[in-house]
Write a protein that binds this ligand. Structure first.
Ligand SMILES: C[S@@+](CC[C@H](N)C(=O)[O-])C[C@H]1O[C@@H](n2cnc3c(N)ncnc32)[C@H](O)[C@@H]1O
Length: 310
């Protein structure tokens, strides 16, 4: 239910008349203008500008693909354990390439519905029961008490105003609805095997530069371990978590993802002063070498449910 008393179905019908598919959710065009102004940046169609470090580029599809290949099996296992099923109303916040929204759409069937939001909707496709919305979780409304499931993966970690975004996500839950966050603890990423000590040290420098860069942009690189308490603080009940890590050998989807990140952030990484362009070239070679094996980030799923009225 929205604060003004409308249910999402009613809201969708009115928005369909006033806002083209992919338009911003919540306050119409005004929101989009304000969001851009508030963050001090410009934007292009289908993209709201925020402090998110990975900007739109021709590498974004590759990044999304390897991210999804690396994380979907574990995420889907967590969603299954929450028993997401036919008729559920779900929102996937910051849906990226849309694989989880697609999975949810199939799972909830014709009687359910999935809303998938992002500040960049370029990777998202709608379906008969999946609605795509351009939406900034920091600044734009979600309907109150509307969803059986709110899911976000690797979104809040990046946002300096994650508490505000989290509170909005919690308000969007129906009584008894589940929130599932899948987030990293980026501080934990040990090299498991390397051709030599120099290769291990090189990866260490890349990882340090990446963490430095993310932290400088407002990310909380250890957010994965802090999410549990944050959900408790929001008053959620039945809070639980499960951590997952796995080996990423050179040329795996995980190492390809890191490879793409090193290209997307090349200038900023060099700008940290912690790694050079020559070293980044060598790192990319290492990330395709199967004798190099790094652990994935510690990937922490945290869930909790909105209490039902007593
Ligand atoms: C690391 S990607 C994760 C994408 C997707 N959740 C996944 O795991 O495959 C983070 C996503 O959050 C989106 N994002 C960043 N800031 C956002 C905001 N303020 N509101 C909504 N989405 C945001 C980005 O555009 C990007 O698609």
């Amino acid at each position: 239910m929205y604060a003004d008393g409308r249910r999402i179905d009613e809201w969708r019908a009115t928005r369909a008349e006033s806002t083209p598919e992919g338009g911003p959710i919540g306050h119409g065009a005004t929101t989009r203008t304000l969001t851009r102004r508030a963050r001090g940046c410009g934007g292009t169609d289908g993209v709201l500008m925020t402090g998110y470090v990975f900007e739109t580029s021709d590498l974004l599809d590759e990044q999304r693909k390897y991210m999804q290949q690396s994380l979907d099996p574990m995420t889907i296992a967590r969603l299954e354990s929450l028993e997401v099923g036919p008729g559920w109303r779900c929102v996937d916040v910051g849906g990226g390439g849309g694989s989880i929204a697609r999975w949810l759409g199939e799972r909830v069937g014709d009687t359910g519905h999935v809303l998938v939001t992002d500040v960049d909707t370029g990777g998202l496709a709608g379906a008969h029961n999946v609605t795509v919305r351009l939406h900034d979780i920091v600044d734009d409304e979600l309907p109150d008490a509307e969803f059986d499931l709110v899911h976000a993966r690797l979104v809040l970690l990046h946002l300096a105003q994650r508490d505000r975004a989290l509170a909005r996500m919690v308000r969007a839950l129906k009584p008894g609805g589940w929130l599932l966050l899948v987030e990293f603890d980026c501080t934990w990423m040990p090299v498991l095997s390397a051709p030599d000590d120099a290769a291990e040290a090189l990866f260490g420098r890349f990882h340090e530069a990446l963490c430095h860069l993310l932290s400088g942009s407002g990310a909380d690189i250890a957010w994965g371990v802090r999410a549990y308490r944050a959900l408790q603080d929001q008053g959620l009940v039945e809070v639980g978590n499960r951590a997952h890590a796995e080996a990423w050998p050179g040329d795996s989807a995980g190492c390809r993802w890191l490879h793409v990140n090193s290209l997307q952030l090349q200038e900023q990484l060099i700008g940290t002063g912690l790694i050079t362009d020559v070293e980044l070239d060598a790192l990319r070679g290492l990330l395709t070498d199967p004798t190099f094996v790094v652990s994935s980030y510690l990937t922490i799923s945290t869930w909790g449910r909105r209490a039902t009225a007593v």
